[in-house]
Write a protein that binds this ligand. Sequence first.
Ligand SMILES: Nc1nc2c(c(=O)[nH]1)N[C@H]1C(S)=C(S)[C@@H](COP(=O)(O)OP(=O)(O)OC[C@H]3O[C@@H](n4cnc5c(=O)[nH]c(N)nc54)[C@H](O)[C@@H]3O)O[C@H]1N2
Ligand SMILES: Nc1nc2c(c(=O)[nH]1)N[C@H]1C(S)=C(S)[C@@H](COP(=O)(O)OP(=O)(O)OC[C@H]3O[C@@H](n4cnc5c(=O)[nH]c(N)nc54)[C@H](O)[C@@H]3O)O[C@H]1N2
Ligand code: SF4
Ligand SMILES: [Mo]
Length: 706
Amino acid sequence: MIPLRVQPDRVVPTVCPYCGVGCRVDLYVKDARIYRVMAREEPPNHGALCVKGRFGLGFLHHPDRLKTPLIRRRKGAELEPVSWDEALDFAAARLARIADASGPDALFFVSSAKASNEENYLMQKLARAAVGTHNVDHCARLCHSSSTAALSRSLGSAAMSNTLEEIGLSDVILVTGSNTTETHPVVGAMIKKAARNGAFLIVADPRRIGLAEAAHLWLRLRPGSDAVLFGAMARYLVESGRFDRAFVERRTEGFDAWWESVRDYTLEFAEGVTGVPAARIREAAERYAGARAAAIYWAMGITQHSHGTDNAQALINLALIAGQLGKPGAGLNPLRGQNNVQGAGDMGALPNVYPGYQPAADRQVQKRWKALWHTPQPETPGRTMTEAFESIGAKDGVRGVYLMGEDPITSEPYQDHVRAALEKLDLLIVQDILKNETFPYADVVLPAASFAEKQGTFTNTDRRVQRIRPVFEPPGEARPDWWITAQLGRRLAARTGRGWTEGWNYAGPEAVWEEIRLALPRMFGGIDYARLEREPLRWPCPHERSPGVSVLFTDRFYTPSGKARLLPAVWRPPAERPGGDYPLVLSTGRVLYHWHGGTLSRRSDLERAYPKMKVEVHPADAERYGISDGEPVWVVSRRGRIQATAWVTDRTPEGVVFAPFHFAEQPANRLTLDAYDPTSKIPEYKFAAVRLEPAGHEAPKPAGPG
Ligand SMILES: Nc1nc2c(c(=O)[nH]1)N[C@H]1C(S)=C(S)[C@@H](COP(=O)(O)OP(=O)(O)OC[C@H]3O[C@@H](n4cnc5c(=O)[nH]c(N)nc54)[C@H](O)[C@@H]3O)O[C@H]1N2
Ligand SMILES: Nc1nc2c(c(=O)[nH]1)N[C@H]1C(S)=C(S)[C@@H](COP(=O)(O)OP(=O)(O)OC[C@H]3O[C@@H](n4cnc5c(=O)[nH]c(N)nc54)[C@H](O)[C@@H]3O)O[C@H]1N2
Ligand code: SF4
Ligand SMILES: [Mo]
């Protein structure tokens, strides 16, 4: 510990690397170590930070940082340290060998929402230009893919329609499926403040989360029943004449088919399915539609279901029916999770779109990218990440995976399946800053520089592009992701004959950004590094004098017709229902102090603040199954079991067990199932059938099929 009075060697302004709020921070550095993190007095955080930004950066100096390139020459051999040249040659040769033998679609590229815009751009360029496949994706597949699927088809743009600065302008705020005070804490605090200052706060969440305590109206719906809840609200508004008729007539299409889909969703029907009293659903609808400006914020409670796209669609339909779009303080606002998940999508790290969300299957679009990259383009869209993992081992399946900043062992559902799949791969490249849980499966390890060791840009949840800056040198031989991917790009371009090795000679991230600007002038034409040095800018920002657009859709939607599409959103039950030996519902998610599989947060001071995995069990269920508060308990599903400490609390509703997925030794994803939403391919992380058994007496029955 360095005392607080110490004189820093330097103070570096940058961006917190954890969540999509994108808080701006000053890092105080002494002897190449960060000893203090201070919030900057500017948007988006205005002097506020959460514990992760403040105390969570210890991972930068952890002994598990990767410092040397490693290769495994044969399956079964040990990983051995090699030079960069040897590692890159080896990786490129192995990638090319698979592409030659089985075609470019036998390779899959996982980009990273923790890496910069420039790095995501290069990863998808590698797949499309140097290899010749659209097989590229990132963690949004596991996250907001349901929101983006529904928003793009309905509105023509999937980003937040409004901005965090507008929270104070809303007179009603509806938050659903977002544990905001723990997962976007600075936004959670802004929403609480707005509620104290007169905004009416509606929270729809099964758990008594922090915002439920602060809400004026809490709708404690049953997990998985959202499409009925929001469908019934919209239906009631139309039926009672409280909807925005002018908005619906002028700015939307598809009313009739939508109306047909919610015909049965009366308030009474909704009460039966959701468990929320009809009068409360009615009040929520009236408040929301009656507001001058009402905003909806949502996250994983909506999206991570086998019917996540319908859930998100139900929210969109509600906003359109109530005319709560295209004005300050209103809007549809998916809170994006990772620091640069917005950017990873913007940069086209997705199998169905190029950068700027240009459709990958469109011949005209392909032609434009061919001209920019001087390389023929693959014609058919690629696989999603979840489909790619499912395909491993199958005849036409994926044989080689290049992972940048992603840890599938802890983050994908049904861990036993993921392990088996990774073992079947002919090639796994892991490019990461730390030894994560997937590291042992790697055939090539490429040590990356962290956010504090490189230049680049991140785009936060409200479309704000912000610069990061190097604080110190990367450890050992670690190099920035952009450098590594460009090195592989040049080698692959030479080997695969997909020409144009010059397209990989970048002087640095700024040169990559200039290529992005050139390709996407309407989104980023006005954003350059020099301007970003003075001010963060929001896209769309088409020219040098544009300050960037805050409120989207003020006069038109980004669909071909300019109108928003109301689309049917039908409720379907979850894939696996509780009953028999598995009578309870498992819901997985997050706690304030930890991050995903724990790779970052558990290698920092946060580990001391929250050292033990706790599962929330309702008192009635605890009584029924003989579970005591603070005692160990087995959580058992059809796929496996884990042991954790029981937290007996009515935070979680009766019949529902909540487990965080941050503890790799007790992986919640050993329990989850691989059921996916048919449109977005997102896994059903928020609903699986489990049972509880007190631990310590006897080992539970082994989990088997059925
Ligand atoms: N501390 C911390 N913060 C994070 C992260 C982290 O790992 N740790 N990860 C980041 C990332 S990538 C993301 S995507 C975000 C996620 O942010 P959140 O989505 O807020 O995180 P979850 O814990 O998954 O919370 C989901 C919420 O949905 C509720 N829920 C569960 N089932 C249902 C349902 O059927 N309907 C409704 N309406 N609600 C339901 C849960 O009770 C919970 O309140 O957080 C980001 N911020
Ligand atoms: N059961 C369950 N599972 C879930 C979820 C859930 O709610 N429940 N949520 C899902 C969601 S929303 C998400 S977003 C995913 C998250 O899943 P992942 O994206 O796999 O999770 P992270 O731990 O954030 O992994 C990021 C990796 O990036 C590395 N990294 C950090 N910075 C850099 C960098 O600059 N360069 C490189 N190369 N690597 C870097 C970290 O060391 C880490 O290994 O989990 C999903 N899984
Ligand atoms: S709210 Fe998000 S961006 Fe801000 S300090 Fe916390 S983790 Fe970092
Ligand atoms: Mo996420």
